[in-house]
Design a protein around this ligand. Structure first.
Ligand code: ADP
Ligand code: MG
Length: 513
């Protein structure tokens, strides 16, 4: 039998000169789950895009199940490749159900049946889908889960047509809570028994080791090593991802300083928030964040934490309750009014909310900071360039030319451009929503180094995240958000990952009911 995937001397250089694939030769057998890891910009998305026919290589040959892949349609229909892209790939105004109907190019599907199918898979994975809502109204976590369900349906159609599907998940699982990830892994494992092959791209090495048969490591456009996951050692993996080990410094227990100042930066009083579907997602919540502290809010994505963050940033109004910022009642203030008072926001949906894709990297790094490079009404392009250059180097953005469109960067580097802009502003209060999702270990370190520098400058940071290990390592205090409320606020030595995790998994049960 042909190998599921075979690449022969495949190279790809982008306009602008980035070598994304450098003479890659590779064979993958069918019926297995592969993990693909490597730093931002290594070429993981490009490699899988060449397999899915979405991109054409400059040199070399790509075969899937023996079929030579030269274009997109052929990869899907003839060879059975289905890919969930790194960033949501949906029409904003169409409902999820309408987007499912697009899967059937040759006949008009029975939407009732399609809906049942999607609901059945969603139930098996333990995810909730609002199939009748347009994509633009659905939070990113649920969108990602939907795209996975959609890919599973398409693979099943292809399987019924007699193909051996190749399912590629490009950093698509990052938003799923641990339990949904486990269920998806079990589901995928069953599919391999039917002859499916799965490629998962992820930065979560410890998760990956449990889920896959083999791990491939990519750096600089090459596959540099392959590990049998049963034997793989995390250290060896990380070593092969980052040839220079000093780049990866794991988060350490910090010397925890007492907050320098017992003044409150932010006070939430009896806040109730209603989401876009009209459901109460935050109820009678109170919280106090001190000036200069790093305050973690441990929360499962998609349980109301985003609405809470948006409320603090003025994107959404609370139904009742008060928001006090540095002693001033700012309830109902607009985002520009809050920005003037020093509030910054890092969105979890960084590409959609944070970047102008066709604008240059330089512009994306400096939008909103015009006062730093202007004299009265005149902008100083040279100074703008210097600021952008400094941020690009501080945030280690791999680029050729600051004036190229930001969309020419790899996904991880695009995120860094946005994160660099937001963190470059030294806001008095920064609300960061799931800041490390999608970042490689080096990007994670950059974010937390900056956070700690903010703390030294007595600037306040609130981090919403499900990553309890990170929160407990860097935060002065961590609050558990569950069941629409703050269940408790703890200083890290007082609480363990296990206990916080239990509070959050309790939340998952409530949210599903
Ligand atoms: P990864 O998925 O491992 O983070 P990518 O495959 O996205 O990396 O990117 C590999 C390299 O190719 C990077 O240097 C990136 O900047 C470059 N690149 C990716 N897409 C484009 C594009 N559309 N135009 C120009 N360069 C690109
Ligand atoms: Mg990528």
């Amino acid at each position: 039998m042909n190998p599921a995937i075979r690449l022969k001397n495949v190279s790809k250089t982008f306009i602008g000169g980035a070598v994304a694939l450098d003479d890659v030769s590779l064979e993958l057998n069918g019926g297995k789950i592969y993990g693909l890891v490597g730093p931002n910009g290594a070429g993981k998305s490009t490699l899988t895009n060449v397999i899915s026919g979405y991109l054409k290589s400059d040199r070399g040959e790509v075969y899937v199940n023996g079929v030579r892949i030269e274009e997109y349609h052929q990869a899907i229909v003839k060879a059975g490749v289905v890919k969930v892209e790194q960033h949501p790939n949906l029409a904003p105004a169409l409902t999820l159900l309408e987007q499912l109907a697009l899967l059937y190019p040759y006949f008009i599907p029975d939407l009732g049946l399609v809906k049942k199918k999607a609901e059945k898979i969603a139930e098996e994975l333990g995810v909730r889908l609002d199939l009748d809502q347009p994509a633009e109204r659905i939070p990113i976590g649920q969108l990602r889960a939907f795209e996975i369900v959609r890919a599973l349906i398409l693979s099943e159609i292809l399987h019924r047509m007699g193909k051996r599907p190749i399912l590629i998940l490009d950093e698509s699982m990052a938003y799923l809570p641990a339990r949904q990830k486990r269920r998806l892994n079990d589901y995928l494992r069953q599919l391999t028994e039917l002859g499916y092959t799965v490629i998962m791209i992820s930065h979560d090495l410890s998760d990956l080791i449990k889920a896959v048969d083999e791990i491939l490591v990519m750096t600089n456009g090459r596959i540099v090593s392959r590990f049998d996951s049963k034997k793989a050692e995390l250290d060896d993996l990380i070593k092969s991802m980052f040839e220079e080990m000093e780049y990866f410094i794991p988060l350490k227990e910090l010397e925890r300083l007492e907050p320098s100042n017992e003044k409150a930066a932010l006070k939430l009083e009896n806040l109730t928030i209603i989401d876009d579907r009209g459901e109460v997602v935050v109820e009678d919540l109170s919280l106090e964040v001190l000036e200069g502290e790093v305050h973690g809010i441990a929360a499962v994505p998609g349980t109301g934490e985003k609405e809470l963050a948006e409320c603090i940033y003025g994107v959404r109004r609370p139904a009742s309750g008060k928001i006090i910022l540095f002693g001033e009642d700012v309830t109902g203030f607009s985002t520009p009014e809050l920005r003037k008072r020093g509030v910054g926001f890092l969105s979890d949906d960084r590409i959609r909310d944070g970047l102008i894709l066709g604008a240059s990297i330089e512009d994306n790094l400096t939008i909103g900071s015009e006062k730093d490079f202007s004299h009265r009404i005149f902008l100083d392009p040279e100074r703008r360039g210097k600021i952008a250059e400094k941020l690009a180097s501080e945030f280690q953005i791999v680029l050729r030319d600051l004036r190229s469109p930001v969309e020419t960067l790899s996904g991880g580097n695009m995120q860094r451009a946005y994160i660099g802009r937001v963190l470059g502003r030294w806001d008095k209060l920064l609300i960061a929503l799931h800041p490390t999702i999608g970042l490689d270990p080096r990007g994670v370190k950059l974010f937390f180094d900056r956070t700690l520098e903010r703390r030294r400058r007595i600037l306040t940071t609130v981090i919403f995240s499900p990553n309890l290990r990170e929160l407990l390592a860097v935060c002065d205090r961590v609050s558990a958000f569950a069941n629409k409320k703050i269940l408790g606020t703890y200083r890290p030595p007082e609480i363990t990952i296990e206990k916080l995790g239990m509070m959050i998994s309790g939340l998952m049960e409530v949210a599903r009911a």
